[in-house]
Design a protein around this ligand. Structure first.
Ligand code: DSN
Length: 442
């Protein structure tokens, strides 16, 4: 499985059009710098489990309590995923059935809230996720968002302000999580605030789960009632979500005195039958093997290197005069800040893509531009680190980014050369799920 002669042999015969498109995407992902902070490369094992015969099985319910027959093996697979998730994160309870991050977050709401309840979260333009109460999402339509976000000047969270908002508004739930906040999230401080107002505290760790596993980011599990996540970002799993929770609800008497179910049971019931039907067992099997891969020293070294690479890249870009929101990064991502430039975040993201650097335009704190234009570009290091890149390679990447940014008026001349250099550079690395070795070393 290390080159296209062996990839998808049946599809190649039965549907050459689709096969050709997948090959084209594989080529694109092998010759460009994949720097979208939420993307990565899943391993061959994860891809094999995802593509296995487990896609055939229906198994509504949970292990040993299904609505279909013939699930003896499937029960063992789901239990394996649950046990490995609990071990990896030190959690009391895990549900591995959410189809992805948004369904996981919907289940979190339904486990403890009623429509109309107040929820504190970061709006999308401030770095939060759609499901943290944003107005066009179910979470902002069915619940009342109380917004908080980074200071527009510093780009950092201000706990005095967050505490003040929480005390005034008294939300029933506080989300701690971000898609575009480059600094560490201090769950302990959020937990103090949540406890003062009897609010549930929920962490969405989709972006930073690998950093938590590696021990280079604070751990939310001891502080939070529930923790939701996807598994396809830094953890390099299949496209899916999961929820970790405490067994018991500390507010059972206050908010759920009439319920006979504890928190863990309410999370499970919110996922199925509350929101979803049959779990995707091929995906759950891939999750199981992903959790195994993540529970290794090799993965912990990877997570630490992701953060080290992001830090090095940030420092190298700042040394070249590029401004970063939040003044740098402690995580896997950085937000290039072009608020004072004449070109926009979208302009830069498109220019970088022409040169083979694939990121995304993104709002920055205090942005004066609209969300489809923005003043920022979000870049991340998880995928490059999966290829084996370290600080010296980040130095090269910083050089290419700088070259494009300095030549925004001259892209036709500059980008083809950078694009060719990057394609040649990418060829020096193995890529999980695509090739075991760099082509040049075969
Ligand atoms: N869409 C994801 C991201 O790119 O951050 C979050 O779900």
């Amino acid at each position: 499985m290390s080159d296209c002669r062996q990839r998808h042999p049946h599809l190649r015969q039965t549907d050459p059009d689709l096969f050709a498109l997948i090959e084209k995407q594989t080529e694109a992902e092998s010759t460009t710098l994949k720097m979208i902070a939420s993307e990565n490369y899943a391993s061959f094992s994860v891809l094999e489990a995802s593509g296995s015969i487990l896609t055939n099985k229906y198994c509504e319910g949970y292990p040993a309590a299904r609505y279909y027959e013939g699930n003896e093996v499937v029960d063992q697979i789901e239990q394996l995923a649950i046990d490995r998730a609990k071990k990896l994160f030190g959690a009391e309870h895990a549900n591995v059935q959410p189809y992805s991050g948004s369904p996981a977050n919907q289940a979190v709401y339904r486990a403890v809230l009623r429509p109309g309840d107040k929820v504190m979260g970061m709006p999308v333009p401030e770095g939060g996720h759609l499901t943290h109460g944003w107005k066009v999402n179910f979470s902002g339509r069915d619940y009342l968002q109380v917004p908080y976000g980074p200071d527009p000047e510093t780009g950092l969270l201000d706990f005095a302000k967050i505490r003040k908002i929480a005390r005034e508004e008294r939300p029933k739930m506080i989300w701690v999580g971000a898609t575009a906040y480059p600094r560490k999230l201090e769950y302990e401080k959020f937990a103090e605030i949540a406890a003062e107002i009897d609010a549930y505290l929920v962490a969405d760790i989709a972006h930073i789960n690998g950093l938590i596993v590696a021990g280079v980011h604070p751990d939310p599990v001891p502080h939070c009632d529930m923790v939701s996540s996807t598994i396809h970002k830094m953890l390099r799993g299949p496209r899916a979500g999961f929820i970790l929770s405490k067994e018991e609800d500390r507010y059972q008497e206050k908010y759920h005195s009439s319920s006979k179910f504890n928190l863990a049971k309410r999370v499970d019931r919110a996922v199925f039958p509350g929101l979803q039907g049959g779990p995707h067992m091929n995906t759950i099997a891939a999750m199981a093997t992903c959790f195994k891969e993540a529970d290794t020293d090799e993965f912990r070294r990877y997570g630490a290197q992701v953060a080290a690479n992001a830090k090095h890249l940030a420092e190298s870009l700042m040394a070249r005069g590029i401004q970063l929101a939040g003044g740098g990064t402690d995580t896997h991502l950085l937000i290039l800040d072009f608020r004072t430039a004449e070109f926009t975040g979208k302009d830069v993201a498109e220019a970088l893509a022409r040169a083979g650097i694939i990121g995304n335009f993104n709002m920055v704190p205090g942005d004066h531009r609209k969300p489809f234009v923005t003043s920022g570009v979000r870049l991340g290091t998880p995928a490059l680190t999966s290829m084996g890149m370290k600080e010296p390679e980040m130095e090269k990447v910083a050089g290419w980014i700088d070259e494009v940014c300095r030549n925004m008026g001259n892209l036709d001349e500059v980008t083809p050369g950078v694009r060719a250099e990057i394609a040649e550079f990418c060829g020096q690395f193995a890529i999980p799920g695509i090739r075991d070795r760099a082509p040049a070393t075969r």
